[in-house]
Design a protein around this ligand. Sequence first.
Ligand code: TRP
Length: 337
Amino acid sequence: MENQAPAKKKSVFSGIQPTGVFTLGNYLGAVKNWPQLQDDYRCTYCIVDMHAITVRQDPKQLRQRSLEAYALLLACGVDPQKSNVFIQSHVKTHAELAWVLNCNTSFGQLSRMTQFKDKSQKHPEDINAGLFDYPVLMAADILAYQADLVPVGIDQKQHLELARDIAQRFNTQYGNTFTIPEPYIPQATAKIMSLQEPTKKMSKSDTNVKSFISILDEKDTVIKKFRSAVTDSEACVRYAEGKDGINNLMTIYQAVAGKSFEEIEKDFEGKGYGDFKTAVGEAVADHLAPVRDKWKALMDDKDYLKQSYTDGAQRALAISQRTIDKVYKKVGFIPLG
Ligand code: TRP
Protein backbone atom coordinates (compact mmCIF):
# COMPACT_ATOMS: atom_id res chain seq x y z
CA MET A 1 0.00 0.00 0.00
CA GLU A 2 3.05 2.26 0.48
CA ASN A 3 3.34 3.87 -2.97
CA GLN A 4 -0.26 4.80 -3.45
CA ALA A 5 -2.03 8.15 -3.44
CA PRO A 6 -1.84 10.13 -0.19
CA ALA A 7 -3.94 8.64 2.56
CA LYS A 8 -7.52 9.80 2.76
CA LYS A 9 -8.25 12.09 5.68
CA LYS A 10 -9.51 10.22 8.70
CA SER A 11 -13.08 10.76 9.79
CA VAL A 12 -14.45 12.21 12.99
CA PHE A 13 -17.98 11.84 14.36
CA SER A 14 -19.50 13.41 17.42
CA GLY A 15 -22.93 14.24 18.72
CA ILE A 16 -24.45 16.43 21.39
CA GLN A 17 -27.90 16.37 22.96
CA PRO A 18 -30.23 19.32 22.51
CA THR A 19 -31.36 19.28 26.12
CA GLY A 20 -30.93 22.91 27.08
CA VAL A 21 -28.23 25.41 26.35
CA PHE A 22 -24.67 24.07 26.52
CA THR A 23 -22.67 24.76 29.63
CA LEU A 24 -19.10 25.91 29.83
CA GLY A 25 -18.39 22.26 30.65
CA ASN A 26 -19.91 20.99 27.37
CA TYR A 27 -18.07 23.73 25.57
CA LEU A 28 -14.57 23.30 26.99
CA GLY A 29 -14.87 19.53 27.34
CA ALA A 30 -16.20 18.90 23.85
CA VAL A 31 -17.56 21.47 21.40
CA LYS A 32 -14.59 23.88 21.55
CA ASN A 33 -12.39 21.17 20.05
CA TRP A 34 -14.72 20.35 17.19
CA PRO A 35 -13.86 23.27 14.86
CA GLN A 36 -10.17 22.60 15.41
CA LEU A 37 -10.51 19.18 13.82
CA GLN A 38 -12.22 20.41 10.66
CA ASP A 39 -9.12 20.95 8.56
CA ASP A 40 -7.38 17.71 9.35
CA TYR A 41 -10.34 15.34 9.34
CA ARG A 42 -13.61 14.71 7.53
CA CYS A 43 -15.93 15.77 10.33
CA THR A 44 -19.55 14.92 10.96
CA TYR A 45 -21.35 16.59 13.87
CA CYS A 46 -24.86 15.84 14.91
CA ILE A 47 -27.57 17.19 17.21
CA VAL A 48 -28.92 13.98 18.72
CA ASP A 49 -32.61 14.71 19.21
CA MET A 50 -33.42 10.99 19.04
CA HIS A 51 -31.23 10.43 22.07
CA ALA A 52 -32.96 13.30 23.85
CA ILE A 53 -36.37 11.59 23.81
CA THR A 54 -35.07 8.75 26.00
CA VAL A 55 -36.21 11.07 28.78
CA ARG A 56 -39.54 12.94 28.52
CA GLN A 57 -39.34 16.11 26.47
CA ASP A 58 -41.90 18.76 25.76
CA PRO A 59 -42.24 18.57 21.93
CA LYS A 60 -42.33 22.30 21.36
CA GLN A 61 -39.36 22.83 23.60
CA LEU A 62 -37.40 20.02 21.97
CA ARG A 63 -37.92 21.61 18.56
CA GLN A 64 -36.73 24.96 19.86
CA ARG A 65 -33.74 23.50 21.64
CA SER A 66 -32.66 21.42 18.68
CA LEU A 67 -32.57 24.52 16.52
CA GLU A 68 -30.76 26.48 19.23
CA ALA A 69 -28.22 23.72 19.67
CA TYR A 70 -27.67 23.54 15.93
CA ALA A 71 -27.07 27.31 15.79
CA LEU A 72 -24.79 27.03 18.78
CA LEU A 73 -22.53 24.53 17.03
CA LEU A 74 -22.15 26.95 14.15
CA ALA A 75 -21.60 29.84 16.58
CA CYS A 76 -18.82 27.85 18.22
CA GLY A 77 -17.03 27.67 14.89
CA VAL A 78 -18.27 24.47 13.29
CA ASP A 79 -18.37 25.39 9.63
CA PRO A 80 -21.10 23.74 7.54
CA GLN A 81 -18.93 24.19 4.44
CA LYS A 82 -16.20 22.07 5.96
CA SER A 83 -18.14 19.62 8.11
CA ASN A 84 -21.41 17.74 7.85
CA VAL A 85 -23.59 19.28 10.50
CA PHE A 86 -27.10 17.95 10.86
CA ILE A 87 -29.93 16.86 13.10
CA GLN A 88 -30.13 13.14 13.85
CA SER A 89 -33.85 12.60 13.21
CA HIS A 90 -33.44 14.00 9.68
CA VAL A 91 -31.28 11.05 8.69
CA LYS A 92 -33.13 7.74 8.77
CA THR A 93 -30.05 5.52 8.62
CA HIS A 94 -29.33 6.05 12.33
CA ALA A 95 -32.49 4.27 13.41
CA GLU A 96 -32.09 1.63 10.72
CA LEU A 97 -28.58 0.73 11.74
CA ALA A 98 -29.50 0.86 15.43
CA TRP A 99 -32.03 -1.93 14.86
CA VAL A 100 -29.53 -4.25 13.22
CA LEU A 101 -26.96 -3.49 15.92
CA ASN A 102 -29.59 -4.17 18.58
CA CYS A 103 -29.81 -7.68 17.30
CA ASN A 104 -26.06 -7.97 17.74
CA THR A 105 -25.69 -6.50 21.22
CA SER A 106 -25.96 -8.45 24.42
CA PHE A 107 -28.51 -7.51 27.03
CA GLY A 108 -25.99 -8.22 29.77
CA GLN A 109 -23.45 -5.77 28.42
CA LEU A 110 -26.08 -3.03 28.08
CA SER A 111 -27.20 -3.59 31.66
CA ARG A 112 -23.72 -2.70 32.87
CA MET A 113 -23.76 0.83 31.42
CA THR A 114 -23.35 3.24 34.29
CA GLN A 115 -25.24 6.04 32.57
CA PHE A 116 -28.30 3.78 32.27
CA LYS A 117 -28.09 2.92 35.95
CA ASP A 118 -27.75 6.61 36.90
CA LYS A 119 -30.53 7.81 34.62
CA SER A 120 -32.94 5.10 35.64
CA GLN A 121 -32.36 6.05 39.24
CA LYS A 122 -33.07 9.68 38.40
CA HIS A 123 -36.22 8.88 36.39
CA PRO A 124 -37.69 5.83 38.15
CA GLU A 125 -41.12 6.70 36.73
CA ASP A 126 -39.93 6.30 33.14
CA ILE A 127 -37.36 3.57 32.63
CA ASN A 128 -38.16 3.04 28.97
CA ALA A 129 -36.54 0.64 26.50
CA GLY A 130 -35.01 3.57 24.62
CA LEU A 131 -33.09 4.64 27.70
CA PHE A 132 -31.66 1.14 27.97
CA ASP A 133 -30.90 1.08 24.27
CA TYR A 134 -29.36 4.55 24.12
CA PRO A 135 -25.77 3.31 23.71
CA VAL A 136 -26.72 1.17 20.69
CA LEU A 137 -28.17 4.19 18.91
CA MET A 138 -24.96 6.00 19.76
CA ALA A 139 -22.94 3.12 18.30
CA ALA A 140 -25.09 3.35 15.15
CA ASP A 141 -24.35 7.10 14.88
CA ILE A 142 -20.64 6.46 14.98
CA LEU A 143 -20.42 3.29 12.91
CA ALA A 144 -22.72 4.58 10.14
CA TYR A 145 -20.02 7.11 9.25
CA GLN A 146 -17.13 4.67 9.63
CA ALA A 147 -15.64 7.15 12.10
CA ASP A 148 -11.99 6.74 13.05
CA LEU A 149 -12.11 9.19 15.90
CA VAL A 150 -14.86 10.23 18.31
CA PRO A 151 -14.34 13.35 20.43
CA VAL A 152 -16.37 12.94 23.61
CA GLY A 153 -16.33 13.84 27.27
CA ILE A 154 -14.93 11.30 29.67
CA ASP A 155 -18.47 10.30 30.78
CA GLN A 156 -19.07 8.79 27.32
CA LYS A 157 -16.02 6.55 27.35
CA GLN A 158 -17.93 3.45 28.37
CA HIS A 159 -20.44 3.96 25.55
CA LEU A 160 -17.62 4.29 23.09
CA GLU A 161 -16.08 1.06 24.31
CA LEU A 162 -19.42 -0.60 23.73
CA ALA A 163 -19.51 0.79 20.18
CA ARG A 164 -16.07 -0.71 19.59
CA ASP A 165 -17.19 -4.08 20.94
CA ILE A 166 -20.29 -4.09 18.78
CA ALA A 167 -18.25 -3.22 15.69
CA GLN A 168 -15.63 -5.86 16.41
CA ARG A 169 -18.22 -8.54 17.03
CA PHE A 170 -20.10 -7.65 13.87
CA ASN A 171 -16.89 -7.70 11.83
CA THR A 172 -16.00 -11.12 13.20
CA GLN A 173 -19.46 -12.49 12.51
CA TYR A 174 -20.10 -11.02 9.06
CA GLY A 175 -16.70 -10.03 7.72
CA ASN A 176 -15.09 -6.63 7.78
CA THR A 177 -17.84 -3.99 7.79
CA PHE A 178 -17.09 -1.27 10.32
CA THR A 179 -14.12 0.90 11.14
CA ILE A 180 -13.24 0.49 14.82
CA PRO A 181 -13.55 3.99 16.34
CA GLU A 182 -11.06 5.45 18.79
CA PRO A 183 -12.05 7.87 21.57
CA TYR A 184 -10.57 11.34 21.48
CA ILE A 185 -10.76 12.79 24.96
CA PRO A 186 -8.89 16.05 25.50
CA GLN A 187 -7.38 15.36 28.91
CA ALA A 188 -6.91 18.90 30.20
CA THR A 189 -10.54 19.90 29.99
CA ALA A 190 -12.23 16.51 30.01
CA LYS A 191 -14.20 17.38 33.10
CA ILE A 192 -15.30 20.82 34.22
CA MET A 193 -16.85 20.73 37.68
CA SER A 194 -19.77 22.55 39.29
CA LEU A 195 -18.89 26.01 40.63
CA GLN A 196 -20.87 25.31 43.79
CA GLU A 197 -19.95 21.68 44.46
CA PRO A 198 -16.61 21.21 42.74
CA THR A 199 -16.55 17.45 43.27
CA LYS A 200 -19.58 17.14 40.96
CA LYS A 201 -19.57 17.55 37.19
CA MET A 202 -20.91 20.88 35.89
CA SER A 203 -24.41 20.13 34.64
CA LYS A 204 -27.10 22.17 32.91
CA SER A 205 -29.77 20.23 34.76
CA ASP A 206 -28.43 21.34 38.15
CA THR A 207 -31.19 23.11 40.07
CA ASN A 208 -28.72 25.66 41.41
CA VAL A 209 -28.10 27.95 38.42
CA LYS A 210 -25.02 29.38 40.15
CA SER A 211 -23.34 26.02 39.73
CA PHE A 212 -22.99 26.23 35.96
CA ILE A 213 -22.14 28.75 33.28
CA SER A 214 -24.33 28.66 30.21
CA ILE A 215 -22.35 29.62 27.17
CA LEU A 216 -25.03 32.22 26.45
CA ASP A 217 -24.81 33.87 29.88
CA GLU A 218 -24.24 37.63 29.75
CA LYS A 219 -20.96 39.06 31.03
CA ASP A 220 -22.35 40.28 34.38
CA THR A 221 -23.90 36.90 35.09
CA VAL A 222 -20.69 35.06 34.26
CA ILE A 223 -18.65 37.28 36.54
CA LYS A 224 -21.18 37.02 39.37
CA LYS A 225 -21.24 33.24 39.15
CA PHE A 226 -17.46 33.02 39.28
CA ARG A 227 -17.32 35.41 42.21
CA SER A 228 -19.59 33.13 44.17
CA ALA A 229 -17.71 29.95 43.20
CA VAL A 230 -16.91 27.67 46.14
CA THR A 231 -13.19 27.45 46.96
CA ASP A 232 -11.21 26.62 50.11
CA SER A 233 -9.79 28.57 53.01
CA GLU A 234 -6.10 28.43 52.13
CA ALA A 235 -6.22 31.62 50.06
CA CYS A 236 -3.40 30.52 47.80
CA VAL A 237 -3.88 30.01 44.06
CA ARG A 238 -2.17 26.70 43.43
CA TYR A 239 -3.17 23.39 41.88
CA ALA A 240 -3.20 20.72 44.55
CA GLU A 241 -5.08 17.69 45.72
CA GLY A 242 -8.10 18.58 47.83
CA LYS A 243 -8.39 22.07 46.35
CA ASP A 244 -11.21 21.03 44.01
CA GLY A 245 -12.72 24.48 43.62
CA ILE A 246 -9.44 26.21 42.79
CA ASN A 247 -8.30 23.31 40.59
CA ASN A 248 -11.50 23.66 38.59
CA LEU A 249 -11.09 27.44 38.22
CA MET A 250 -7.47 26.95 37.16
CA THR A 251 -8.52 24.36 34.57
CA ILE A 252 -11.10 26.77 33.17
CA TYR A 253 -8.68 29.70 33.18
CA GLN A 254 -6.01 27.64 31.50
CA ALA A 255 -8.44 26.70 28.72
CA VAL A 256 -9.78 30.19 28.00
CA ALA A 257 -6.68 32.29 28.67
CA GLY A 258 -4.17 29.81 27.26
CA LYS A 259 -1.93 29.93 30.36
CA SER A 260 -0.22 27.03 32.06
CA PHE A 261 -0.84 26.21 35.72
CA GLU A 262 2.67 27.50 36.58
CA GLU A 263 1.98 30.82 34.88
CA ILE A 264 -1.33 31.14 36.67
CA GLU A 265 0.26 30.38 40.05
CA LYS A 266 2.95 32.97 39.39
CA ASP A 267 0.52 35.65 38.19
CA PHE A 268 -1.61 35.27 41.31
CA GLU A 269 1.13 34.84 43.87
CA GLY A 270 0.27 36.82 46.98
CA LYS A 271 -3.17 37.73 45.65
CA GLY A 272 -6.47 36.64 47.14
CA TYR A 273 -9.14 34.43 45.66
CA GLY A 274 -11.30 37.49 44.93
CA ASP A 275 -8.84 38.75 42.31
CA PHE A 276 -8.44 35.32 40.83
CA LYS A 277 -12.17 34.65 40.56
CA THR A 278 -12.73 38.02 38.88
CA ALA A 279 -9.93 37.32 36.40
CA VAL A 280 -11.37 33.91 35.54
CA GLY A 281 -14.89 35.37 35.20
CA GLU A 282 -13.67 38.13 32.88
CA ALA A 283 -11.60 35.78 30.76
CA VAL A 284 -14.54 33.41 30.36
CA ALA A 285 -16.98 36.23 29.58
CA ASP A 286 -14.62 37.68 26.95
CA HIS A 287 -14.10 34.26 25.45
CA LEU A 288 -17.83 33.59 25.17
CA ALA A 289 -18.95 37.04 23.96
CA PRO A 290 -18.30 36.40 20.24
CA VAL A 291 -20.00 33.00 20.44
CA ARG A 292 -23.07 34.61 21.99
CA ASP A 293 -23.18 37.37 19.37
CA LYS A 294 -22.84 34.95 16.51
CA TRP A 295 -25.51 32.71 18.00
CA LYS A 296 -27.97 35.57 18.26
CA ALA A 297 -27.35 36.56 14.64
CA LEU A 298 -27.87 32.97 13.49
CA MET A 299 -31.10 32.61 15.45
CA ASP A 300 -32.35 35.68 13.59
CA ASP A 301 -31.68 33.97 10.27
CA LYS A 302 -33.91 30.91 10.31
CA ASP A 303 -33.73 30.50 6.53
CA TYR A 304 -30.00 30.12 6.64
CA LEU A 305 -30.22 27.60 9.47
CA LYS A 306 -32.81 25.59 7.58
CA GLN A 307 -30.75 25.57 4.42
CA SER A 308 -27.71 24.53 6.36
CA TYR A 309 -29.26 21.62 8.27
CA THR A 310 -31.02 20.44 5.10
CA ASP A 311 -27.73 20.30 3.19
CA GLY A 312 -26.06 18.65 6.15
CA ALA A 313 -28.73 15.95 6.34
CA GLN A 314 -28.47 15.20 2.62
CA ARG A 315 -24.72 14.75 2.79
CA ALA A 316 -24.98 12.69 5.96
CA LEU A 317 -27.56 10.44 4.35
CA ALA A 318 -25.37 9.86 1.31
CA ILE A 319 -22.46 8.74 3.48
CA SER A 320 -24.39 6.62 5.94
CA GLN A 321 -26.55 4.97 3.27
CA ARG A 322 -23.42 3.26 1.95
CA THR A 323 -22.92 1.64 5.33
CA ILE A 324 -26.56 0.59 5.59
CA ASP A 325 -26.47 -1.00 2.13
CA LYS A 326 -23.40 -2.99 3.13
CA VAL A 327 -24.87 -4.03 6.47
CA TYR A 328 -28.25 -5.06 5.04
CA LYS A 329 -26.50 -7.19 2.47
CA LYS A 330 -24.29 -8.84 5.08
CA VAL A 331 -27.14 -9.79 7.36
CA GLY A 332 -29.16 -11.25 4.48
CA PHE A 333 -31.82 -8.69 3.56
CA ILE A 334 -32.94 -8.79 -0.09
CA PRO A 335 -31.80 -5.60 -1.87
CA LEU A 336 -34.65 -3.53 -3.32
CA GLY A 337 -34.33 -2.59 -6.99
N1 TRP B 1 -24.27 10.25 24.28
C1 TRP B 1 -23.60 11.46 23.96
C2 TRP B 1 -23.70 12.41 25.15
O1 TRP B 1 -24.67 12.44 25.86
C3 TRP B 1 -24.17 12.12 22.74
C4 TRP B 1 -23.97 11.28 21.55
C5 TRP B 1 -24.94 10.62 20.86
C6 TRP B 1 -22.75 11.02 20.90
N2 TRP B 1 -24.38 9.97 19.80
C7 TRP B 1 -23.06 10.19 19.79
C8 TRP B 1 -21.42 11.40 21.14
C9 TRP B 1 -22.06 9.72 18.95
C10 TRP B 1 -20.45 10.94 20.28
C11 TRP B 1 -20.75 10.11 19.20
O2 TRP B 1 -22.80 13.19 25.33
